[in-house]
Design a protein around this ligand. Sequence first.
Ligand SMILES: Cc1cc2nc3c(=O)[nH]c(=O)nc-3n(C[C@H](O)[C@H](O)[C@H](O)COP(=O)(O)OP(=O)(O)OC[C@H]3O[C@@H](n4cnc5c(N)ncnc54)[C@H](O)[C@@H]3O)c2cc1C
Length: 286
Amino acid sequence: MRVLVLGAGYAGLTLARDLERRLPADADLTVVNDSPHHLVQHEVHRAIRRPAVADAIQVPLDEALDRAEVVVDRVTGVDRDARTVELAAGDALGYDYCAVCLGAQTAYYGIPGLEAHSVPLKRVADAETIRTRFFDDCDEGGTVVVGGAGLSGVQVAGELAALRDEEGAHADIVLVERLDAVAPSFDASFRRAVRDELLDRGVEIRTETTVESVTDATVEADTGDIDYDLLVWTGGIAGDDAMGGERPAVRADLRLDRRTFVVGDAARHLRRIGRMEWTNACRRVV
Ligand SMILES: Cc1cc2nc3c(=O)[nH]c(=O)nc-3n(C[C@H](O)[C@H](O)[C@H](O)COP(=O)(O)OP(=O)(O)OC[C@H]3O[C@@H](n4cnc5c(N)ncnc54)[C@H](O)[C@@H]3O)c2cc1C
């Protein structure tokens, strides 16, 4: 039996480590990831203010895994009928069971100029770009606009405000959100606490503001233009190219079909799953 885990982020690495323990000894377990490291992605915003964090949040996969074979390559497609996975460089891999854990990429929603003029935050290199551009373009009175006030956006705005204060810089930091609150998918007390903390740190918050287009110097929103020197976009996620940009919807069993599963950000989960359901989903792969 050959089991493939595609992606070694939070979902893929957790699953692969579970499967290392649970699969029978004669089963082949292969993890495909486009980097030889696991990135602790939910800490990547910290590398903006503390570049040394980058080392701590990139864990070599051969240290994190035991019996799994690691293939470092980019997945370009999954053919569920043929039960094969296409790779950018290597030969296609066949599978008996496959878990797609490829995470998500930044969504730009077709907003004119947005992708060309903004910096996303998914990788360590993005954090490095944001830090460099902050010091080059903003610290003597420039404006950073952070688009999207989900967890990534509020954490980026908070890190930039702390960096500004530590360095005695003079940048304005503006957090823009289409909905009527920061951290809009969380409960009211959390939303209030995040908002108050950001305001205390001198972040300007503009909710109910929809970005309509972006030029090289201006965010054009439905509530008016905002001139910027650096635009960080954390306004949403879309599926990986290997999944045609889609995040397929799955139920608690995480199945796309009998032999193919989707786990983590790669999927839209119809509801949150608990530890027991996760364990059961792993058992189904086994
Ligand atoms: C700045 C920031 C702050 C965040 N803060 C929080 C937080 O506080 N709390 C929280 O719950 N969540 C937070 N998140 C979200 C959290 O990081 C994600 O939900 C989580 O990383 C999803 O895990 P995943 O394994 O599904 O995807 P990922 O962690 O994105 O892992 C996907 C893996 O697949 C690899 N990969 C992608 N495409 C390919 C391909 N085609 N071929 C091969 N390999 C590929 C990637 O390199 C990566 O290793 C934050 C995210 C960001 C960016």
